[in-house]
Design a protein around this ligand. Structure first.
Ligand code: TXA
Ligand code: MG
Length: 308
């Protein structure tokens, strides 16, 4: 299906348009239009010191934003683009302060979603934070975007996103390369490409976060998120159970059969659902024994931030 021209015209006219990516829906604006970018901050209620990710439709568009692309970045682009992998570069002087929140670095990724790539190839590079109101979980369905913004934002509906958690953010600008936000591309996958150790710098106790987004509080559903201890009780209507082992069933029990990527894909949707349905608790079965799965650090990170 070709993209309706009204979405492309909206971006060209300086408006914002939500679109699907493989991770979560993004709220897109022309990366070279400061007024459009200001709208993104206003509509989201986003703190002005939290920079945005530039989304490109071709790897060579990086050179519009970055003068010197290090060899390591070229290897990572080759390995992970298009895909859920954001790279932080030293920016060139033309990049708008509105994009980078005044930092001397810029975050860029090429999404792995046919609608996103088609859209951006017709609009040019777009900044796109997750298309949720600040303080809400990232949207994984077009309906989530409408829930947060009503009809004030145009949405390209691409169905549910595949990965469901935001991209890995990787910083190459420091002496010590580091993952600033875990995503479905794991530290081990990055180390295998670079043949060197990379650091992880996404713990909330860090005094001076390398990524401004780390200091903002994360979404907690109204229901208390807890790790399951003991046996689930399908008759307890106050608890929504997210289980990995399919032992019991019930209207308040969702079983993932060990499929951590499916839990990742649905997590934010379940959080929103629990709020709608008025659950008091969300009990998630621990998955310490499944730690080989690459999505584990990202999933743990999002669940731990939601814990009560
Ligand atoms: O999967 C994703 O990355 C989604 C989709 C739409 O692409 N986008 C997304 O954007 O999650 P957002 O704005 O919700 O999160 C971007 C994160 C924030 O934590 C921000 O602080 C960090 O990336 N970031 C952006 N530019 C940065 C920079 N120059 N240096 C350090 N961190 C940066
Ligand atoms: Mg976000």
């Amino acid at each position: 299906m070709p993209i309706d021209q009204k979405y492309i015209e909206a971006i060209k006219a300086g408006d914002i348009v939500a679109f699907p990516t493989e991770t979560v829906y993004g709220l897109g604006a022309d990366a070279w239009n400061p007024d459009a970018i200001q709208k993104v901050f206003t509509v989201k209620g986003r703190p002005s010191d939290n920079p945005l990710i530039v989304h490109v439709s071709r790897p060579d568009q990086v050179y519009d934003f970055v003068r010197d692309v290090p060899d390591k970045a070229l290897k990572l682009i080759e390995a992970f683009w298009p895909g859920p992998f954001t790279i932080i570069f030293k920016k060139n002087p033309e990049v708008l302060d509105a994009v980078t929140a005044g930092l001397d670095t810029v975050a860029i990724r090429m999404p792995d979603h046919p609608l996103a790539v088609d859209f951006i190839s017709q609009t040019g590079p777009l900044v796109a934070p997750s298309a949720n109101k600040s303080g809400k979980p990232s949207p994984t369905k077009a309906g989530h975007v409408i829930e947060d913004f009503g009809n004030s934002v145009l949405v390209i509906d691409g169905g549910a996103t595949n990965i469901g958690l935001e991209s890995t953010v990787f910083d190459l600008t420091d002496i010590q390369p580091a993952i600033l936000r875990p995503g479905s591309i794991s530290r081990k996958q990055v180390e295998d490409v670079l043949h060197e150790k990379v650091a992880e710098s996404f713990f909330h106790h860090l005094k001076t976060p390398r990524s401004p987004g780390q200091k903002y509080s994360h979404y907690k559903p109204k229901a208390e998120v807890q790790w399951l201890s003991g046996t689930p009780d399908p008759l307890n209507k106050e608890v929504l159970y997210l289980l990995l082992t399919p032992e019991i069933s019930g209207p308040n029990v969702i079983t993932y059969n060990g499929k951590l990527d499916l839990l990742a894909k649905e997590l934010y949707d379940r959080f929103r659902q629990a709020d709608h349905d008025g659950y008091r608790y969300i009990a998630i079965e621990p998955f310490d024994d499944l730690t080989d799965h690459p999505v584990v650090p990202a999933l743990l990170n999002r669940i731990e931030k939601a814990l009560s």
